[in-house]
Design a protein around this ligand. Structure first.
Ligand code: ZN
Length: 115
């Protein structure tokens, strides 16, 4: 009798293992199916894109600039040319208000490339 129970247990374990294996195989097949469907829809590049890390978003922070209260120049550095009487502004606001770029803080090539 004990042998029979032991045998039944062994059978049960074998069935369980076989079942798990079968489920895994089915999952693998399904994954392959899904992948080939996606490739059919979006082309081979899709698989490559899937493994690329997500693109990091570039956040453009509005640059704060220093504007002389006396002059009409936009400075990158508050201590430019010994300036003491200045106010801070957003760069785009300063440009809109008609201020021009200081040639020391913003060399001509810089302004050309960063209008
Ligand atoms: Zn300057």
């Amino acid at each position: 009798m004990k042998k029979l129970i032991a045998f039944a247990l062994v059978i049960l374990v074998v069935i369980c293992v076989w079942d798990i294996k079968a489920r895994e195989d089915a999952a693998d097949r399904r994954a392959e199916e899904v992948q080939s469907e996606l490739v059919a829809l979006y082309g081979e590049d899709y698989l490559e894109d899937m493994h690329k890390p997500p693109q990091t978003e570039i956040v453009v922070v509005e640059q704060t600039v220093y504007v002389s209260r006396i002059g009409k120049k936009i400075h990158k550095y508050s201590n430019c040319s010994g300036m003491t009487n200045y106010m801070t502004m957003k760069r785009s606001d300063a440009v809109e208000a008609g201020y021009s770029f200081c040639k020391k803080c913003y060399p001509p090539y810089y302004v050309q490339n960063n209008p």
